[in-house]
Design a binder for this molecule. Structure first.
Ligand SMILES: *Cc1c(COP(=O)(O)O)cnc(C)c1O
Length: 365
């Protein structure tokens, strides 16, 4: 622990930030680990996307385009959205940070849910605002609890739908009810990092289009398999996008990132393949684990939240998986000590997980 300097002090809130801990990727004594801790796409990006990234290497001395027009155009065509109301960021993390920087400061409250994504709290504190945690109802976003927690100081309300690390989702009617019930100064942020895994789901874009107090964030880190590239985007009312663009650095996305992301977005057949594979492997894995006595809520994302009888059992299973060369995510930090979040790999990876959990449950019995 570094001691704070007596005179040179950061802004209030900054030292309250606990560093974000990403999914681990290495295990001692295992050359080939199966990493299922960060919800990455087991198939990686599409071949055309990798080719576009490679092809961009001849232009590394050039500054990138700063208005992201080509990528915003591709996103707008794919989703049927006005590109003028899209903003691109270095991951959706950057869009979340812009939202907090622009709309929340000292004395303001930023609501997130009990098991919600860690970056909401971090970005709220970084902006000097006060994060407010609201309980969930059996690992589902609880609209009534959020509305009850709203005050005259609430500026932002973050929900992920589907949620991480629970994998659960709430319906369009509930999200609409939330947007309608917020106090007038509050903005609802719908984090759609996993929206592409839900067939036919628009991530809340329709609601954004119909209202002035709803923003949607999206990412290319999950179904597009581009977590390493850092590309995300937001879609919102014109007044919000105009605001966020004022704090966005002009060159926040690199040239290779822009080039590869556009191709990824346009490669709809590959996205459809990844969506279908995920559903198949996820539902099989969930059924296999349930049959072993490890249930999970129906997941709408590319992971399942496996529930054990106790925190001790979840910890022991995690240790067993590690010995088998498999890294999953412990989620005690998300107030889910008796659960493990397991990313859906390809068919072989899921079979390996099911086998290892079966072996664990056998020795435990
Ligand atoms: C993975 C994830 C993101 C994506 O973050 P990026 O910065 O785009 O990589 C955003 N929100 C949630 C809930 C996530 O799980």
């Amino acid at each position: 622990m570094t001691e704070p300097h007596p005179d040179i002090r950061p802004q209030p809130g900054i030292l309250d930030i606990a560093l974000y801990v990403g999914g681990e990727s290495k295990l001692q004594g295992h050359a080939e680990v199966l990493k299922l801790s960060s919800n990455e796409n087991p198939f990686g990006p599409s071949p055309a996307t990798v080719e576009a990234f490679r092809a961009s290497s001849g232009e590394l001395h050039r500054y990138p385009n700063s208005d992201h027009g080509a990528l915003r155009g591709a996103l707008g065509r794919l989703h049927g959205l006005d590109p003028e109301r899209i903003i691109c960021g270095a991951g959706s993390d950057e869009i979340i940070a812009f939202l907090c920087q622009c709309y929340a400061g000292p004395g303001d409250e930023v609501i997130h849910t009990e098991h919600g994504f860690g970056m909401y709290r971090i970005s709220a504190l970084a902006a000097g605002a006060t994060p407010v945690e609201v309980p969930e109802r059996a690992r589902h976003t609880d609209v009534d609890a959020i509305l009850a927690a709203c005050t005259a100081r609430t500026r932002l309300v973050f929900i992920a739908n589907p949620n991480n690390p629970t994998g659960t989702m709430i319906g369009e009617d509930e999200v609409t009810r939330l947007s309608e019930g917020l106090p007038p100064q509050a903005l609802l942020v719908l984090d759609g990092a996993y929206a592409e895994f839900v067939p036919g789901f628009d991530g809340g874009a329709g609601l954004v289009g119909a209202r002035e107090n709803v923003v949607m964030t999206r990412t290319l880190s999950k179904i597009y398999g581009l977590g390493g590239l850092r590309v995300g985007w937001g879609y919102g009312p014109a007044h919000v996008i105009d605001t966020l663009n004022r704090v966005r650095g002009p060159f926040n996305l690199s040239g290779p990132a822009l080039a590869a992301a556009q191709v990824a977005v346009e490669d709809v057949d590959y996205t459809a393949f990844c969506q279908a594979e995920n559903i198949l492997n996820r539902d099989r894995l969930a059924a296999d684990l349930a049959a072993l006595g490890v249930p999970s809520d129906p997941s709408f994302a590319n992971f399942i939240l496996a529930q054990f009888a106790s925190a001790a059992e979840a910890e022991a299973c995690d240790a067993h998986l590690r010995r088998a060369g498999i890294i999953v995510r412990r989620v005690a930090g998300y107030k889910l000590p008796a659960a493990l979040r397991i990313t859906v790999g390809d068919g072989a990876a899921c079979a390996r997980v099911a086998e290892a959990v079966a072996a664990f449950m056998k020795v435990r019995a």
